[in-house]
Design a protein around this ligand. Structure first.
Ligand code: HEC
Length: 398
């Protein structure tokens, strides 16, 4: 059964990546196209703008136009399945990685005492609530006041994220914020943008004027999607960076990277009409990097002692700790029920295998304290401190 889960996981992740590249790639290309349309000297009727490109061994002329009433093209390509498949495969991944197997990754006793089942409900509840609140807001009369609604939307996402961070493990909180953004984007595509395109098609074929209100709604939503892409893409890769989700101030790290990257996205959007965009963009980029670096160099939070000092430690003192606290998972044949193969292929059965990983062990066990996973093997603070001291003293075998 576990090999089946592993295969499904592999397929879902692969599909998710491919569909995601196609969706985001498309949306960036269209965003670029829209901002780079020019009017030729003798524009044809209904032309909004055109664009010449070179690719695949030829020239492409793309025209954006309002077709004559009734003159619908024979072949019309819609773009929605790239998004649909990305979302569906993402939700499958969420279930496979976070919800199955006893939801072990969802909780962290150091964060809250919530059970796996409640954590799953809370996660799903926040995702659903984010869409309902956000969509209601933009459909309500308030939605006409763009700036206010934009700020309120940010408040909705921040508020629900705070709930997630309060109850779930850092990793699960990050991923659920990501799922929340991805769901807002997908809802926007299917519930607002596609219906407005459908209205445009119907209006054209029925020889009537398009309902412009729908078009404006769709435009606003697609701008929101545009700003969510960079933060969402960061969350997708954040799992590979324990210093982000595992940081004592993991929510602040996410805040900095999300707002920093959204601002960079903004500058990239307006760069075609803003001559001096390059310097501010570079400044925001470096400011975000510096802030992140400051966080990364204080993994346990600011002004907190990492561990109480202990006397000299020898491998003979450390080996039993590793054996009882780590080897149940990090073994050729793990005995812990939650894992089937050595996590990340990391095995701690011999001295050399441990010393090889000493920096990561120090980071995960002593600084971030998110290993052993969920503290499944009940490591004590004293044992963490002794492992840290042994590594600081050179991680020697004798
Ligand atoms: C309950 C199972 C479990 C136990 C017990 C456990 N680990 Fe892990 N470990 C994992 C899993 C799952 C991963 C991969 C996911 C991750 O990186 O968080 C992992 C990954 C790691 C990594 C690689 C992380 C990286 O950032 O590259 C290190 C190092 C590590 N564990 C060290 C330890 C040490 C040291 C102990 C004992 C003190 C320990 N683990 C106990 C499950 C466990």
């Amino acid at each position: 059964m576990s090999s089946m889960t592993e295969l499904l996981h592999l397929i879902a992740r692969w599909v998710h990546l491919i569909a995601g590249i196609m969706w985001i790639g498309n949306s960036m290309l269209f965003n670029w196209l829209d901002r780079n349309l020019v009017m030729p000297d003798d524009p044809e009727k209904g032309l909004i703008g055109e664009n010449w490109m070179i690719h695949s061994g030829g020239f492409y002329q793309v025209k954006k136009l309002n077709p004559e009433p009734g003159a619908l093209p024979k072949m019309l390509h819609w773009f929605k399945w790239q998004n649909g498949v990305t979302w569906l495969s993402g939700i499958s991944l969420l279930v496979l990685v976070y919800y199955m197997g006893g939801a072990a990754l969802m909780t962290d006793a150091a964060v809250s005492r919530i059970t796996g089942g409640s954590a799953v409900l809370l996660g799903l509840g926040c995702v659903a609530a984010s869409w309902v609140l956000y969509d209601l807001l933009w459909r309500s009369p308030l939605g006409k006041r763009q700036t206010l609604s934009f700020l309120l939307s940010i408040a909705i996402v921040l508020g629900l994220s705070a709930v997630l961070f309060h109850y779930l493990s850092g990793r699960a909180a990050y991923m659920h914020v990501g799922v929340m953004l991805g769901t807002l984007m997908t809802g926007n595509v299917w519930m607002v943008i596609i219906p407005s395109q459908r209205e445009l098609v119907d209006a054209t074929s029925e020889h009537r004027k398009q309902n412009l209100a729908k078009g404006y709604q769709a435009k606003a939503r697609s701008i929101h999607n545009n700003y969510m892409t960079f933060p969402l893409l960061f969350i997708m890769i954040s799992n590979h960076f324990p210093l982000t989700f595992g940081h004592a101030l993991n929510w602040a790290v996410l805040l900095v990277l999300a707002f920093g990257s959204a601002l960079i996205r903004h500058f990239m959007n307006i760069r075609f009409t803003w001559r001096n965009w390059f310097l501010p963009t570079t400044l925001v980029f470096f400011a975000t990097c510096v802030a992140t670096l400051i966080f990364f160099s204080h993994p346990a939070g600011f002004g907190r002692q990492e561990s109480s000092p202990t006397g000299p430690q020898r491998w003979a003192d450390i080996e039993p700790i590793i054996q009882s606290r780590c080897v149940p998972c990090h073994a050729t044949r793990p005995t812990n029920a939650a894992v089937t193969v050595a996590p990340s292929g990391i095995i701690f059965e011999r001295y050399s295998q441990v010393s090889q990983w000493k920096e990561r062990i120090k980071l995960r066990v002593v600084s971030l304290r998110n290993m052993p996973l969920n503290n499944a093997t009940n490591i004590t603070d004293e044992e963490r401190a002794r492992i840290g001291a042994w590594i600081d003293q050179g991680a020697r075998e004798d």
